[in-house]
Design a protein around this ligand. Structure first.
Ligand code: PGA
Length: 257
């Protein structure tokens, strides 16, 4: 398996019956048209992880969680731990998503704790970074990305990076229908790889999978995915219907590196 990944972030959508129906359709479509170059990941809400995992028996589609607690366990009403999502069937977890940074006030320190905890519990991390529109307008994109990457990954060892996937998600492009142009995204992706080389060792960036996220849809997927430094996509809205998500997987297969 190469570095090409198409991950679907279901956010707060899909009851259990809806979740089952979606993965059944996806599984069927992928049986007819297998993805050989692309790793497909679905990230349902906590409540559906176990059901989705059962439904995906015999399929190569992997399951991820959308969040974990910053603590291993304890009296934290409403929280869900790394071990819990792992035992429910998740292999991946999204950490640092801008919706969590924004609505749940997650800062770099907390994200760093979650990343370390996920790695300790053998979950692979989909680590999101990205700037807001104001930050982009003020020419702060690179500063913001560098800052997030540096602090979120503080203390993460080079040997652990194989379990981390980076997702560049400009906040202004998430759920807005506004996508970064392929060249805007490419520029940040190349910068991210350079940063990884600087923070770790030369050649690190090249080895990692860097996804783009923010209003990815069938109409723009191929152009984005064909950029040299874009290895895949983290898809929100367009992953909620199997036929639409499948088109993005097909675009990845077509340009697969
Ligand atoms: P979107 O969401 O595709 O709906 O913009 C992407 C994400 O938040 O991961």
């Amino acid at each position: 398996m190469g570095k090409n990944i198409i991950a679907g972030n279901w956010k707060m959508y899909k009851t259990n019956p809806q979740a089952v129906s979606l993965v059944r359709q996806l599984k069927r479509r992928l049986e007819k048209k297998p993805a050989n170059k692309t790793m497909v990941i679905v990230c349902p809400p906590f409540t559906a992880i176990s059901r989705v995992k059962d439904e995906l028996k015999g399929s190569k589609i992997a399951v991820g969680a959308q969040n974990i607690s910053w603590e291993e366990e304890g009296a934290y009403t409403g929280q869900v731990s790394a071990q819990m999502v792992k035992s429910a069937g998740a292999k991946y977890v999204i950490i640092g998503h801008s919706e969590r940074r924004r609505y749940f006030k997650e800062d770099e320190k907390l994200i760093n704790r979650k990343i370390k905890l996920a790695l300790k519990n053998k979950l692979k991390v989909i680590h999101c970074v990205g700037e807001t529109l104001e930050e982009r307008k003020q020419n702060l994109t690179q500063d913001i990305i560098a800052n997030q990457l540096e602090w979120d990954l503080k203390g993460v060892k080079a040997s652990e990076l194989k379990n981390i996937i980076i997702a560049y998600e400009p906040v202004w492009a998430i759920g807005t229908g506004k996508t970064a142009t392929p060249s805007q995204a490419q520029e940040v992706h190349a910068f991210l790889r350079t940063l990884l080389d600087v923070f770790y060792t030369e050649g690190t960036g090249k080895k990692m999978s860097v996804l783009y996220g923010g209003s990815v849809k069938p109409a723009n997927a191929e152009r984005l995915l064909s950029q040299p430094d874009i290895d895949g996509a983290l898809v929100g809205g367009a992953c909620l219907a199997a036929n639409v998500f499948m088109k993005i997987i097909s675009a990845s297969e077509k340009v697969g590196k």
